[in-house]
Design a protein around this ligand. Structure first.
Ligand code: ATP
Ligand code: MG
Length: 614
């Protein structure tokens, strides 16, 4: 079905090194030495030792066979692959979930216990009259019930939507309205503060289950009462791999969040990417720092590690360096999946903050969600003794598509190469609605050939928008990138964020990365600001690290450095200092908001905005 893992620039993969006349694609590569890997010297043999061989031999059909499938050939269900198949085998007594509360208390669930708890919850849903296809929303912090509810609801074949518990009432109600929620699992406080008053808007919402209330009242159930008398045996009904399993909302970085539909078959991608991109091995202790309210926290904070039968560490607390370093050390985390925002916060504090922690168990660290500046990759290698492996994907793709693999040389600043089974290309849209592939090194839209198992099956209630994402067999991602002669992909920016200045097309990432190279800079975001002469000029918003003064001298120094590094046409013309940059709750810088504020335009949908410091 697929060609595998290939860079599909029109050079056919046989191009030589970058010529002098090409865009400054490889500036990062040139400035930051490639980090060479020797697979034979890694702590454990990597699952993907030979990229080309793995790609050549890969098929999704074969990948599918690595999973168990429901007994008696009754289909494929995510929760069975994540829990039950281990619970009925030798991993039954292994810790599946280690949940660490904000107070630092640990609560462990073995695979056997997780199977029983999720069965009880599935039976509880059944006793409420729920059926396959019904919408179950979960509004909880990262507490054990979140994981039990999600997996139990998947066993019932309900459609699960985890929501970020820090959302305000309006985003919660809107999403529940769109997603046709029939059940909400939450806490008493969250319910009273955020949902109760808006319940009139949610006529389809029949049951609210409160995880911490004993006598909740009409239409509101106590989790304990619902589950304590329920049987801990549950047989998953036959599940077609194409049945809807999850409804995820996008981060809302570029506009109003979209409701993305995923099916049970997605678990094939979760397993395969856990194997190759995260290099999961049987005895790993894995920690994904993302909240399940975002797709990363579901695909990799719940499903992928459990399908591999490893111990999944769940941390309730938000980022705080001592807590995080403490978790890495005490839990002997071996594989860690985090995000650029967190990495930049750690960089802000400096590597010294790490010196009292024993991180010797850590053997692989990966990052997703935003471009990972080359600076951060290299900093990881210095501070943790291993580089961060950037990977790229979206809510729509359901799983990792492009990655830096454990065995593969890293070119700092690059997203890496496509997963086995994924064909990626840089394309240009043609006026007739088709696309053509770009030359090596040239910018264009990142496109993926349709057909991998975790590809979205639609945007809920937005069929036309969904169809617009495709040109023939290509799924168009809305991100701009380049592919180099070695098949490595380099992020340029979101199509919406590209700046047009005096005839140049400027990708924000390149400019932000150049600013980040200055030791004082913690974060940077650039926008295009209308200009009568140039069309747009580049304006940068910069947050400095602790101990640096945001004064005129610093501004001049950063402008001068950027000009030297990027040339006058691409460098920012203006710099504004901020204590923080506005971000989505999943940690993405909201350039559209910086721009709207700069231009005095409407701010648009802010339902996912986290920090809002002007
Ligand atoms: P919305 O679609 O609502 O605007 P969003 O695109 O931020 O929000 P997500 O699906 O959570 O929602 O994020 C996917 C996007 O995040 C990608 O399309 C890309 O722009 C960005 N991204 C993810 N990983 C990387 C990466 N490694 N490098 C660069 N960008 C990345
Ligand atoms: Mg998006």
């Amino acid at each position: 079905m697929f060609n595998n893992g290939a860079c599909r620039c029109s050079h056919g993969g046989a191009c030589g090194p970058r010529s002098e006349t090409e865009a400054p694609l490889s500036d990062n590569a040139a400035r930051y030495a490639t980090i060479h890997k020797d697979p034979s010297s890694l702590a454990v043999p990597p699952n993907l030792a030979d990229y080309d061989a793995a790609c050549a031999g890969f098929s999704w059909k074969v990948a599918h066979r690595a999973l168990s499938g429901l007994p008696n050939g009754e289909g494929l269900n995510i929760a069975y692959e994540a829990v039950d198949r281990h619970a009925c085998g030798p991993r039954a007594s292994r810790v599946a979930l280690r949940c660490i509360s904000k107070a630092g208390e640990r609560r462990d669930y073995t695979y056997g216990e997780l199977a029983a708890s999720t069965n009880r919850f599935a039976n509880g849903l059944r006793s409420l009259g729920m059926d396959a296809g019904d919408g179950v929303f979960v509004l909880l912090g990262r507490v054990p019930e979140l994981y039990v509810a999600m997996l139990g609801a998947l066993k019932m074949k309900c459609v699960v939507t985890p929501l970020f518990s820090a959302f305000g009432p309006e985003p919660i109600a809107t999403r529940m309205e769109i997603g046709d929620a029939r059940v909400l699992v939450t806490t008493e406080t969250l319910y009273r503060r955020k949902v109760e008053a808006l319940r009139g808007r949610l006529p389809r919402l029949e049951h609210v289950i409160l995880v911490d209330a004993e006598e909740p009242g009409e239409g509101v159930h106590s989790w304990r009462k619902l589950t304590q008398t329920a049987s801990d045996a549950f047989e998953i009904a036959p599940t077609d791999a194409q049945e809807t399993a999850l409804l995820h909302f996008t981060s809302g970085t570029t506009g109003r969040p979209k409701g993305v539909i995923h099916v049970h078959e997605a678990v094939v991608t979760h397993f395969a990417t856990g194997l190759y991109a995260l290099d999961l091995h049987d005895d790993d202790r894995f920690w994904c720092t993302a909240d399940p309210g975002w797709v990363t926290g579901t695909s990799y904070g719940v499903i992928a590690p459990l399908t591999h039968g490893v111990t999944n560490i769940v941390v309730e607390a938000e980022f705080d360096a001592p807590t995080w370093y403490g978790v890495l050390a005490q839990e002997r985390v071996t594989v860690w999946y985090t995000a650029p925002t967190a990495i930049r916060m750690m960089m802000k504090l400096g590597a010294d903050a790490l010196k009292d922690y024993d991180l010797s168990a850590l053997r692989f660290a990966a990052s997703v969600g935003e471009p990972l500046n080359a600076e951060a990759v290299v900093w990881g290698a210095e501070a943790f003794g291993l580089p961060f492996h950037d990977n790229w994907w979206q809510t729509e793709t359901g799983g990792i598509m492009i990655a830096n693999f454990a065995s593969m040389d890293i070119k700092p600043g690059s997203m890496g190469r496509p997963l086995p089974g994924i064909e990626a290309a840089i394309v240009r849209r043609k006026p007739d609605g088709g696309v053509e592939t770009a030359d090596v090194g040239q910018e264009g839209e990142l496109a993926l050939k349709s057909g991998w198992p975790s590809m979205m099956r639609g945007y809920l209630h937005e069929e036309a928008r969904y169809r617009k994402c495709f040109a023939g067999e290509w799924y168009l991602t809305g991100d701009l990138a380049r592919c180099d002669g070695d098949g490595y992909f380099w992020f340029v920016g979101r199509a919406d964020d590209v700046i047009k200045s005096s005839g140049h097309l400027i990708g924000p990432f390149e400019v932000e990365s150049a600013l980040m190279e200055h030791p004082a800079v913690a974060e940077a975001a650039v926008i295009g600001k209308p200009d009568p002469v140039a069309g747009e000029i580049v304006k940068a918003f910069v947050a400095l690290k602790l101990g640096f003064a945001a004064d005129e001298a610093m501004r001049k120094e950063l402008l001068g450095n950027a000009r030297k590094r990027l040339g006058a046409a691409v460098a920012p013309k203006e710099i504004e200092f901020r204590a923080n940059l506005p971000k989505t709750r999943s940690g993405k810088i909201m350039r559209r908001l910086l721009k709207a504020r700069e231009l005095g335009l409407p701010e648009g949908d802010l339902s996912t905005l986290e920090s809002d410091e002007r």
